[in-house]
Design a protein around this ligand. Structure first.
Ligand code: P6P
Length: 335
């Protein structure tokens, strides 16, 4: 059947009935993210032209130099969500603590929380490599009408009601799921409209691309070292191709279209891994599983992990099901 050239706005309205518990608030969250993505996209595309490139001189909670575009993107997404009065709390990679949001009437009646990495891969901005925004949405677990608490954010990934990313690349795309498959929308910058360009995205079960920072090889667990050697062996459809952009959203997006696996393991330099569970791994895992892919920490499903800290890090193995499972086989040998 010819896919009608839906705009994101039309798509959200059409799918509204799928949000059986939502009175339209979840749709309004996606719409808020749609607007913020356009605003950030405009600045990202101008980054080389105006003085917002380069470190802001401050450091974020991760101790990483905060690029001005990081700060800008964080403020745009936070403000857009606050203005729409649809969430009761926001957690961001750029903020030490979560942000409690009270309605204009000072109420706490909104029932969703949003967690995000407003500009992942921002160290690539100065070298003109694509970057992305990652977001994750939960229903709050504490009583509506009471102030949001840390408990509302420390939920396992299986409780997500929506997750997605924006990739600011050769074209700007918004890819998201609400638990009913994964759909990708491409921005037409001339008119500022997202069009459904990638309906029902599926992770190929197999692939020939592995994405890992092999510069850390000597620091990797033996199971990861063995898997990398497996990928490099001359046998069957191997050796695979190594592709690592250094931007999770970009590597993930390419692997979802072409087939592949992304691995950020523990290492002696990153004993718990580098990626954050709440606003990088869980949302990408939700998308991966909804597209028929897989996401684990090398041993268990990412979305089963019960979070204990807002910015906790986990090892991340994500992508084509058969490739993740092969990597897990090597990891299991040394458990
Ligand atoms: P490394 C970007 O900082 C990021 O969080 C991911 O987007 C990316 O895949 C990874 O870290 C790159 O980390 O240590 O390989 O430079």
């Amino acid at each position: 059947m010819k896919q009608r050239n839906n705009t994101l706005g039309e798509f959200i309205i059409e799918k509204q009935e799928e949000f059986k518990y939502s009175s339209g608030e979840l749709s309004r969250i996606i719409n808020a993210i749609r607007l913020a993505a356009k605003v950030v996209n405009y600045k990202v595309n101008k980054a080389g032209l105006v003085d917002i490139v380069g470190a802001a001189g401050e450091q974020n909670v991760q101790g990483e130099d905060q690029q001005k575009l990081d700060v800008y993107a964080n403020e745009v997404f936070i403000q857009t969500l606050i203005n729409r009065e649809i969430v009761c709390g926001i957690a961001s990679e750029e903020n030490d603590d979560f942000i409690a949001i009270h309605g204009k009437a000072g109420d706490d009646n909104n029932k969703y929380v949003v967690l995000m990495d407003p500009l992942d891969g921002s160290s690539n901005i100065d070298v003109n490599v694509s970057v992305g925004t990652i977001f994750s949405v939960y229903r709050r677990v504490t009583p509506i009408g009471t102030p949001v608490t840390l408990e509302d954010f420390l939920q396992p990934g299986d409780h997500q009601v929506a997750a997605g990313y924006v990739i600011y690349g050769t074209s700007t795309m918004l890819v998201y799921t609400t638990g009913h498959g994964v759909n990708g929308f491409t921005l037409n910058p001339a008119i500022g409209t997202f069009y459904l360009s990638h309906p029902n995205m599926q992770y190929p079960k197999d692939g020939k691309i592995y994405s890992v920072n092999e510069g850390n090889y000597i620091h990797f667990p033996q199971g990861v070292k063995d898997y990398i050697k497996y990928c490099q062996m001359e046998e069957g459809d191997r050796p695979y191709t190594s592709r690592y952009i250094g931007s999770l959203v970009s590597d993930f997006h390419r692997n979802m279209i072409k087939g592949g696996v992304y691995i950020y393991p523990t290492s002696s330099k990153a004993p718990k891994g580098k990626l954050r569970l709440l606003y990088e791994c869980n949302p990408m895992a939700f998308i991966a599983e909804q597209a028929g892919g897989k996401a684990s920490d090398g041993y268990q499903r990412i979305m089963e992990i019960k979070p204990t800290e807002l910015h906790q890090r986990v090892p991340f193995f994500c992508g084509s099901q058969n490739m993740v499972e092969k990597a897990e086989e090597f990891m299991a040998k040394y458990k």
